[in-house]
Write a protein that binds this ligand. Sequence first.
Ligand code: PXL
Length: 286
Amino acid sequence: MPELKRVAAIHDLSGVGRCSLSVILPTMSVMGIQVCPVPTALLSTHTNGFGDVVLKDMTDYIPEALRHYISAEIDFDCIYSGFLASETQVSHCLEFMDKFGKALRVVDPVMGDSGKRYRTYDDNLCRRMGELVAVADIITPNLTEAAILLGISYPAAPLTVGELKQMLVKLSMKGPKTVVITSVTMADGGICNAGFDSEHNAFWRVPYEMIPKSYPGTGDIFASVLTGGLLLGDSLPIAMTRATAFCEYAIKTTFGYGAPVREGVMLEKCLPMLAENLSYTQYTQL
Ligand code: PXL
C-alpha cells in the first residue's frame, strides 16, 4: 500500500465563497495527501461580503474528535490550523498540537488582510493566536497578520529587504523554525512571498505578478499547497514557488473571467495544474 501523508485540518467549513476547508480539502487531495477535516464552525458563507452569515459553532466537537482519534490510535503526519472562531478553539488546537508531538505543526494565523483585522477577531483572540504560533514548526501569515503578531502597525510603505528579513527573524524567534510571509510589497519593486528557514539561516523570495483584486481563500490555498509540497519532500524554496505559482495561476484565471471577487478563485478550473506535480524553481535568495 502506498504511504499517503495524513493531515488533520482544523479550520471552519464555509459553504459559499471558496475558503477554508472548502478549498483545503480539494487542494491537498489533488496533491495526493489525505486531509481529515476537523471543522471548527459551519458557516453559510465566509465573513466578507455576503451579509449576515449563519454560523454554527463546533468548538465542543474539537476535543471530542481528538479523544476519539487518540483512543482509535489514529496518527497524523501534520496538524494544520487556520481561521479560528474563539479563544477556546485556540486552546483546543494547542491540545491537538501537543497530543501529536511528532506531526508537522503548521499554523496559518488567519486574522486579517490588506491592513485590516477580520471582524470576528479581537485583541484577545489575536493574542491567543500568538500562543499557537509559539508551538508551530511553520507559520504562514500575510503581511497584515505578521504585523499583528509582532505588535506593530501595518507597514504603510513598501519594505526593504532588511526590514523584511527582520520581520521574518523576529517571528521565528517566537517559536516557529520556518516563517513564510505572503503578499509583501517591496521597496526595490514588485510583490513577493518571503520565507525564512532558521535552521539553515536561509532567506527566500518568490516574486509574482500583482493583480488588483483580493480574492478570499487564496491564503488558505497558498498554505495548503506549501504544506502539501513540504510533506511530499519539497524544500522550502521549491514548496514556496509551487504555492506561489498555483495561487498566481488561480488568481489570473479568475481575474481573466471577471468572476465576482467575493466568491473566491475558480479553483475547479485550476486544480489539474497541481495534479501534474511539476517542480517550480522561480525563487531567488532574499
Ligand atoms: O480565508 C480565510 C477565512 C476563513 N474562514 C472564514 C473567513 C475567512 C476570511 O474572510 O471569513 C469564515
